[in-house]
Design a protein around this ligand. Structure first.
Ligand SMILES: C[S@@+](CC[C@H](N)C(=O)[O-])C[C@H]1O[C@@H](n2cnc3c(N)ncnc32)[C@H](O)[C@@H]1O
Length: 273
C-alpha cells in the first residue's frame, strides 16, 4: 500500500502506531471485550468469509477467526502496522491459520462487490471523513444475506477520566483541545440509525450497552490515555508539558477517588437482503 497522505488518515496511523505500546495493557481490556461482544452478535457460521476494517490488534478479527473455523477466513485491515504486528503475533500464538492482517485503507477497498459473508467495523467508522460513503462501501463488498456489524462509542466515553484529561490539557496546551474528536461524531442509537438509513440501510438492529472499565489506580487511567486515541495529543506535547498534564489529570482522579471509567457502546447489526 502507498503511504497515506490525507491528514486525518496520517493522524490515525501515527496515533495508533504510537498507542500500540499500551494497547494490550489490562486497563484497556475493553478493546478485547467489545471486539468479542461485537462478533457474538453476528452469530457467524463456520466457513464464513469475514472482513474486519480498522481491526487494530485483532480484538474482533481473532474471535471471528475462531468462530468461522478452519474452513472460514478472516481478513483484518488497518493503517497502523504496529497494531497489525501485535494481531499477527496473537493469531500465531493461538495457531490460527485462517486470519490475515494487512495494512490497507478502509476507505478504498479493493474487493469486488458481494465478496464477504460479514463485515465488521469496531470503533473505526468515525475515522472516515464521509461516514455515509464508508458504510456504503462496507455494504457493497458484502454479499446478499451477509451481515454488517458496526460498533461505536456511546455517550460519555471514558468519563470522568476524559473531562479531567481535557481540563488538564486546556491548562497547558489549549491549542490541542479539539472542538470535536472523531469518536464524538456518532454516540447515540439515533445517530447510528440515521447513518445507516442515510447509507440506504433501513432494517438494522441497534442497541446501546452501558459499560465500565475498572481502574486499580489513577496510573491506570494514564495507561488508557497512552493506549487510546488520546495518544495523538500526548505525542504533540514535550516532556515537560506531558508531565504537567499527567500530574494535573491524575490529581483530579485521585481527589475524586475515581475507581472506573465509563465505556458505553452502541452495537449495530444489519443484514443485507
Ligand atoms: C480505536 S481503534 C480500534 C481498533 C480495533 N477495532 C479495536 O476495537 O480494538 C481504531 C483503528 O482504526 C484504524 N483506522 C483509522 N482509519 C483507518 C482507515 N482509513 N483504514 C484502516 N484503518 C483505519 C486505526 O489505525 C485504529 O487501529
Amino acid at each position: 500500500m502507498e503511504p497515506v497522505s490525507e491528514p486525518s488518515k496520517l493522524r490515525a496511523e501515527i496515533t495508533y502506531n504510537a498507542a500500540a505500546d499500551h494497547f494490550g495493557d489490562s486497563p484497556l481490556a475493553f478493546w478485547d471485550r467489545y471486539g468479542r461482544r461485537t462478533v457474538e452478535r453476528l452469530s457467524l457460521l463456520p466457513g464464513s468469509f469475514v472482513l474486519d476494517v480498522g481491526c487494530g490488534s485483532g480484538a474482533s478479527a481473532i474471535p471471528a477467526a475462531i468462530r468461522v473455523g478452519p474452513h472460514g477466513r478472516v481478513i483484518g485491515i488497518d493503517l497502523a502496522e504496529r497494531l497489525l504486528d501485535i494481531a499477527r503475533t496473537k493469531s500465531i500464538a493461538q495457531r490460527l491459520r485462517n486470519v490475515d492482517f494487512r495494512r490497507a485503507d478502509m476507505t478504498t477497498l479493493s474487493y469486488p462487490d458481494d465478496s464477504f459473508d460479514a463485515v465488521v467495523c469496531v470503533f473505526a467508522i468515525f475515522f472516515a471523513t464521509d461516514m455515509v460513503k464508508q458504510v456504503r462501501e462496507l455494504w457493497r463488498v458484502m454479499r446478499p444475506g451477509g451481515k454488517l456489524a458496526i460498533t461505536t462509542w456511546g455517550p460519555r466515553m471514558f468519563e470522568p477520566g476524559s473531562q479531567a484529561w481535557w481540563s488538564a490539557v486546556k491548562e497547558s496546551r489549549p491549542d490541542l483541545v479539539a472542538a470535536v474528536n472523531p469518536w464524538e461524531r456518532i454516540t447515540t442509537t439515533q445517530a447510528v440509525l440515521q447513518l445507516l438509513s442515510d447509507s440506504g440501510i433501513v432494517d438494522a438492529e441497534v442497541a446501546a450497552e452501558d459499560g465500565q472499565q475498572a481502574l486499580q489506580s489513577p496510573e491506570d487511567w494514564w495507561t488508557v490515555v497512552l493506549g487510546s486515541g488520546y495518544r495523538w495529543t500526548v505525542e504533540q506535547m514535550n516532556a515537560e508539558e506531558t508531565a504537567r498534564v499527567k500530574g494535573a489529570n491524575l490529581k483530579t482522579l485521585r481527589d475524586n477517588d475515581t475507581k472506573f471509567i465509563e465505556t458505553n457502546v452502541i452495537y449495530a447489526v444489519a443484514k443485507k437482503s
